[in-house]
Design a protein around this ligand. Structure first.
Ligand code: G6Q
Length: 545
């Protein structure tokens, strides 16, 4: 059902009218227990959502919206392998990949858990073999470097996780990620490496992606140029894919292939064989801990009443801002250097999943979906775009994420970092009013008229909503929880918006269009097959090459 047809939607519209003049300062002044009421402590997480423009009534209505969308049934349908990706006729079972319990998971009448466990065993064995030199170079040397070649879902997840878990690296191999078809990416990576000690992972679900195959062929040529023979390819290249035939054609034998399945979406695939670079980098045990963390979050999501359910609360509050307040952008600011790539990863997860304008059954939506997700780490971001968050014309809700314990506890660094972390959400909420600004300025040497001139520039309206996630420590387990939390948030929003979060036809278009232009480049003849601008650009490009 379209969200706009639900009873709760109408009620929320009305409720919004009573809320749009409320200030967060007042909400806190009116309720001394607001923090306790609007925060959840679960495992190593504290989720504080009290700095949001919500009351008990807002949440009651928002959760009503979730119930009217049959969220409980839809959660079960996903976990139980129903083909909820209706436009591709596929199930969505990344949760089975991290099922650490004994529960069977059925897809088309067959338990898929034995197949999943078999690939995990293969990954474990391979990780050990690479680490101890049993799987070694064609010249019998232990591998020192692993290059993962993949793009989109076959790159962003494992790259983000390897970066986040750098501190947990086994120290056995260095890891590199090549994704862009711009040759600079692979050339700059290979320049530093020795073909004799480099292992390549070709990560591609379809094994047809142009960028990945181009990079894989360049890597193969580089490897062969070093004096290796074609038969040695099998010793230096492995594949993560669903496409056996194409892997074999490339020169990778089936025993060097790590399989996954149609029911694993690209952007949800880091839990599958696509996680092999993670296992090689931080060890299989840590990869298992990542899965275990995600599994805990899955259980929380599946079994906790919506009132205390972290992904559900995040999702409905996001909908409140997107559809009732019109805040169509959402920032994610981790205060942890290791999460440098986290917002980039979330961008794909969220925007590729919910950037949709028609409902599951193809009807045009009469409301917005999919906010723009963006952000980068604090404190760096404070010295760049925070100006707009504090004093810009719009409102951008934000998630602030930090860890209580530092993995690098050097002197006072962590307390300084955390002071900034707490100060920013406080400042965004409280702002600074005229009295406060005047008081501050009058303690200096400024005259009344100088103060008046500067006043409006120094005002902060505040009332900028934020979520805070304060997590005990960055570990493989808590990272697994954090990623799974966002996956479920995206799912819940997709359910309420009635979109299919698991297809990506918009991505497919780019793949087709580039293929049609490629043969026209470097031609002597004038290209006339496109619109005026595209013809002009191609012809100019051809003329100056
Ligand atoms: C993810 C998308 C997309 C995909 C890449 C790579 O959900 O489908 O980002 O992961 O296009 O696809 P392959 O893994 O098939 O190369």
């Amino acid at each position: 059902m379209l969200m706009s047809k639900t009873e709760s939607y109408g009620k929320l519209k009305e409720h919004f009218n009573s809320m749009n003049n409320v200030h967060l300062r007042e909400l806190f002044a009116d309720d001394v227990n607001r923090f306790e009421r609007f925060s959840v402590i679960w495992e190593q997480f504290l989720f504080d959502y009290s700095k949001n423009l919500v009351t008990n009534e807002t949440l009651r209505l928002l959760l009503g919206l979730a119930h009217e969308s049959n969220l409980s049934e839809k959660i079960e349908a996903q976990f139980k392998g129903e083909k909820i990706n209706n436009t591709e006729n596929r199930a969505v079972l990344h949760t089975a990949l991290r099922n650490r319990g004994n529960e069977e998971v059925y897809f088309e009448g067959k338990d898929i858990m034995p197949g999943i466990r078999k690939v995990l065993e293969q990954m474990e064995q391979f990780t050990q073999d690479v680490h101890n030199g049993k799987f070694c170079s064609y010249t019998n040397i232990r591998f020192t470097d692993v290059v993962n070649i993949g793009i989109g879902g076959s790159d962003l997840g494992p790259k983000m996780v390897c970066n986040a878990l750098k501190k947990y690296s086994s120290g056995k191999v260095n890891i590199h990620f090549v994704s862009n078809v711009d040759a600079t990416d692979i050339e700059e990576t290979l320049r530093k490496l020795n073909p004799e000690t480099t292992l390549f992972i070709i990560a591609s679900k379809t094994f047809t992606t142009w960028e990945t195959l181009t990079n894989a062929n360049t890597a193969k040529a580089w490897f062969l140029k070093s004096g290796a023979s074609t038969a040695d390819i099998a010793k230096h290249f492995v594949a993560l894919s669903t496409n056996h035939k194409a892997c074999n054609q490339f020169g990778i034998p089936s025993e060097n292939m790590f399989e996954f399945w149609d029911w694993v979406g690209g952007r949800y695939s880091l839990w599958s064989a696509i996680g092999l670079p993670i296992s090689l980098y931080v060890g299989f045990e840590n990869f298992e801990k990542l899965l275990a963390g995600a599994y805990k979050m899955d259980s929380h999501f599946r079994n906790t009443p919506f009132e205390r359910n972290i992904p559900v609360l995040m999702a409905v509050i996001g909908i409140w801002y997107m559809n009732f307040w019109g805040f169509d952008s959402h920032a994610v600011i981790p205060y942890d250097q290791y999460l440098e790539r986290f917002s980039e990863f979330l961008q794909q997860l969220d925007m590729e999943s919910n950037g949709k304008r028609v409902s599951r059954d193809g009807k045009m939506l009469d409301y917005s979906t999919g906010p723009v997700i963006w952000g980068t780490i604090g404190t760096n971001s404070q010295h760049s775009f925070f100006q707009l968050l504090h004093q810009g014309t719009g409102t951008i809700p934000a998630d602030f994420i930090a860890f209580a314990q530092s993995l690098n506890p050097t002197d006072e660094h962590h307390n300084i970092l955390m002071s900034n972390f707490f100060a920013q959400t406080e400042a965004m909420m409280m702002g600074k009013n005229a009295d406060e600004v005047k008081l501050e300025l009058s303690s200096g040497n400024m005259t009344e008229s100088e103060i008046e001139k500067l006043l409006s520039h120094k005002l902060f309206p505040g009332n900028k909503p934020t979520n805070t996630l304060l997590i005990d420590k960055l570990t493989p387990e808590t990272l697994g929880m954090l990623i799974a939390m966002y996956e479920h948030k995206v799912f819940v929003q997709g359910v309420i918006w009635d979109v299919n979060s698991y297809d990506q036809w918009g991505v497919e278009l780019g793949k087709q269009l580039a293929k049609s232009i490629y043969p026209e480049l470097n031609h002597k003849i004038k290209i006339k097959s496109h619109d005026g601008s595209t013809n002009g650009l191609i012809n100019y490009y051809n003329s100056i090459r």
